[in-house]
Design a protein around this ligand. Structure first.
Ligand SMILES: O=c1ccn([C@H]2C[C@H](O)[C@@H](COP(=O)(O)OP(=O)(O)OP(=O)(O)O)O2)c(=O)[nH]1
Length: 200
């Protein structure tokens, strides 16, 4: 079941969802909360060894997706003039907001686009919107704010689109999970955005 704004705020209050910084009033709608674009973006360049072989990569950290991202997806910063995402281009971005979903809280989320941007051809993920129960919750300290969400930003429209740091870029939809998951989120992106993984 999708949580209403009231339920999301109540969950934040009791610590079942952590979202920081706290969204301002302009970021709320009835069943979602907007998130903003951080200044750091990453652009893919071709790997030196040719194609990408993620499906057959050994489970060794040095061959992992985060390692590939470190090697082939250098970071740049959006300037005050903004970043022009040309028609047909694809970059990775981050949300300013960090999120933590304690897995015992039985809440998961989905990151989705905003219609006003989608109508221009701007997308924020490529078929992978799942934010797992337990995301951002691997680090134990109670006051740990969680991790940012990485956005797969693409422009399929005919116009170049200027991305500005701090703009509302996507929205989060929260869902209640039936039953308590056995495990939290321990996948390869568990530490993303913390400075300890490629995706930071
Ligand atoms: O647009 C998105 C979607 C997901 N995530 C984060 C939250 C999610 O909990 C985690 C893992 O997502 P997913 O399960 O889709 O990744 P995977 O490719 O299956 O990797 P793994 O199995 O290691 O988790 O990545 C993002 O940062 N951005």
């Amino acid at each position: 079941m999708i949580l209403s704004d009231r339920e999301i705020k109540a969950a934040i209050k009791r610590g079942a969802i952590r979202l920081s910084p706290t969204p301002d009033e302009s970021m709320w709608s009835s069943t979602a909360v907007d998130l903003r674009l951080a200044p750091q973006i990453n652009q893919w360049k071709r790997p030196t060894l040719g194609g990408v072989d993620i499906p057959i990569r050994p489970a060794d950290e040095k061959y992992s997706f985060p390692a590939l991202q470190r090697e082939c997806c250098p970071e740049t910063t959006i300037t005050d003039q903004g970043y022009v995402l040309a028609a047909g281009k694809f970059i990775l971005g981050w949300t300013i907001e960090k999120i933590r979903l304690p897995h015992h809280s039985k809440i998961a989320a989905r990151v989705e686009g905003k219609s006003s941007l989608a109508r221009l051809g701007l997308g924020v993920h490529v078929t992978a919107p799942t934010i797992h129960a337990g995301f951002g919750d691997r680090t134990i300290p109670k006051d740990y704010p969680g991790n940012p969400i990485q956005l797969e930003i693409w422009n399929v429209g005919p116009l170049d689109i200027v991305l500005v740091s701090g703009m509302k870029i996507c929205q989060l939809i929260f869902e209640s999970v039936e039953g308590t998951p056995d495990i939290g989120y321990t996948g390869q992106f568990a530490d993303q955005g913390t400075g300890t993984s490629s995706a930071s």
